[in-house]
Design a protein around this ligand. Structure first.
Ligand code: G3P
Length: 218
């Protein structure tokens, strides 16, 4: 399973890239707004740090303007994935861009029917938002189960399931059990993945015993 980080904070991205566990980055207009920086500069900087896909979202809602914005964003670096919303214009743009060899991430997916449309439009990634479905009393993970099942029925579908709006490690583990290709995870949840009280307790005991030996290794 590929791990992307869902942030536009370059310091967080640099730190995670150093772990060697980071496969890509996703951003959205809210995350860019939070960074307080110009989108083209932030995306260029992220692409210098991460060689995997870096999603940069268009802000237009109309096809022609989306295509213009997509051109600006995809010119930043070869690893930019242009993110478009799951709307008729967004899927039309997805189809045109994918025909031109541009990687497209279709975002704001909340149903299996929408995911099927995105696959037909040639999306490289479909982004179903699990946390936001949970927020309205639906089970976000049911959507991942449906999409993975449907995509697996058609080997010709190349679209990768990119689980988004992840709020906790359980979302990630459930998604991995279902065989989702990618998870985009907020930095705070990535840090949670490392944690287990028995790891901390075990390490403290090992270090205490080691200190008693008076030895050093290097
Ligand atoms: O970037 C898309 C998605 O991951 C947003 O998550 O937490 O704002 O629902 P959230």
């Amino acid at each position: 399973m590929k791990f992307f980080v869902d942030t536009a904070e370059i310091s967080e991205i640099r730190e995670l890239a150093e772990t060697g566990l980071l496969d890509g980055v996703t951003t959205n207009p809210s995350l860019i707004a939070k960074s307080g920086r110009k989108i083209t500069e932030v995306i260029a900087e992220i692409c210098d740090v991460v060689s995997g896909p870096v999603s940069a979202e268009v802000a237009a809602t109309e096809y022609g303007q989306m295509m213009k914005e997509a051109e600006v964003l995809s010119r930043i670096a070869p690893n930019v994935a242009v993110k478009v919303p799951l709307t008729p214009d967004g899927l039309r743009a997805c189809h045109s861009l994918s025909q031109k060899g541009v990687m497209v991430n279709v975002t704001l997916c909340f149903s299996a029917a929408q995911a099927l449309l995105a696959a037909k439009a040639g999306a490289a990634f479909i982004s179903p938002f699990v946390g936001r479905l949970d927020d309205i009393g639906q089970n976000g993970m049911d959507l991942i189960a449906d999409i993975t099942q449907i995509y697996n029925n058609y080997p010709a579908i190349r679209t990768e399931v990119l689980v988004a709006s992840i709020r906790n490690p359980i979302h990630l583990i459930e998604a991995a059990k279902m065989g989702a290709d990618v998870a985009t995870i907020p930095p705070a949840v990535i840090r949670q993945l490392y944690a287990h009280p028995l790891t901390d307790k075990g390490l403290a005991a090992f270090l205490a015993d080691w200190a008693k030996t008076g030895q050093t290794i290097a």
